[in-house]
Design a protein around this ligand. Structure first.
Ligand code: HEC
Length: 242
């Protein structure tokens, strides 16, 4: 047969030696690499525990240790209480809360003793514009473009929120609006996860601007709150740019 001819046998021999030689070269390289690697001792190779592994060293047998008491993650100090909670420094848990009754007979809260009354951030045109953007994303669907409570999904049957333009909410401190966004209010869900504190204040500033735009002659506390903004943006019916 052709395969067993002397020529093909010679070729087979040649192939075998080639394979053997390659094998040797590979083994040599592998050996020298292992040897070379053994000479280095890098930081990543030091003795260590894997997270959540058991340890016989600590009394509680946990290799993962708790952070030292009082540890604060970078950027999480939240020292400015008013900014992060909308509450005054020493809230009184027993403060009397007034309630009022609205037209539909619902009991509504009309005093907010523990909420801050002043913005903890400077109220600028940029802040209000940012607030308008966020309001139009998160709130407009229920509260409507000017805050009358006639948003699109309310027209489709969702419970109607109160208008922002009654005396109760015009006189409510800014901290109350911040609190409603952070924690929700009655039938309204919390928007704390979607809207970060700085943006909540931006929305509150925009709500104040909306209130001022609906009551241009208002001389109340609410108007004083907005005084830093000389020309509040007039919202259009679509809630777009003024
Ligand atoms: C899914 C609909 C919906 C969305 C979205 C919504 N709200 Fe409301 N909101 C309501 C309803 C309903 C109420 C009335 C709740 C109640 O009194 O039980 C309400 C009440 C309020 C009140 C009045 C609280 C009071 O003292 O009576 C404020 C202020 C308010 N919302 C602000 C906001 C802001 C700001 C946003 C956007 C971040 C927002 N809401 C998004 C439905 C909504």
């Amino acid at each position: 047969m052709f395969l067993n001819s002397p020529v093909s046998e010679m070729r087979n021999e040649k192939l075998k030696t080639q394979k053997l030689r390659r094998g040797f070269v590979f083994a040599f390289l592998l050996f020298s690499f292992t040897f070379a690697a053994g000479c280095r001792y890098d930081m990543q190779d030091q003795p260590r525990y894997k997270a959540y592994k058991q340890s016989d060293f600590f009394a509680d047998k946990r290799a993962s240790r708790d952070p030292v008491e009082g540890t604060v993650a970078r950027g999480q100090l939240h020292e400015n209480k008013a900014f992060y909670t909308g509450k005054i420094d020493n809230p009184n848990p027993n403060a009397q809360v007034q309630t009022a009754t609205d037209a539909s007979g619902n009991t509504v809260v009309a005093s907010f003793p523990n909420d801050v009354d002043e913005f903890p951030v400077p109220v600028t045109k940029e802040l209000i514009e940012r607030g308008r953007d966020r309001f139009n994303i998160y709130c407009i669907v229920c509260h409507g473009p000017i805050g009358n409570g006639d948003g699109m999904i309310v027209r489709r049957g969702f419970p109607k929120p109160p208008t922002y333009h009654d005396d109760r909410l015009r006189n409510a401190p800014v901290g109350h609006f911040f609190d409603v966004i952070t924690n929700g209010w009655g039938k309204m869900n919390s928007y704390g996860y979607q809207v970060q504190p700085a943006d909540r204040w931006a929305i509150v500033a925009y709500i104040r601007a909306l209130q001022a735009s609906e009551n241009p002659d208002d001389k109340s506390k609410m108007a004083a709150n907005t005084a830093t903004n000389s020309a509040p943006p007039k919202p259009t019916a679509k809630g777009g740019k003024p």
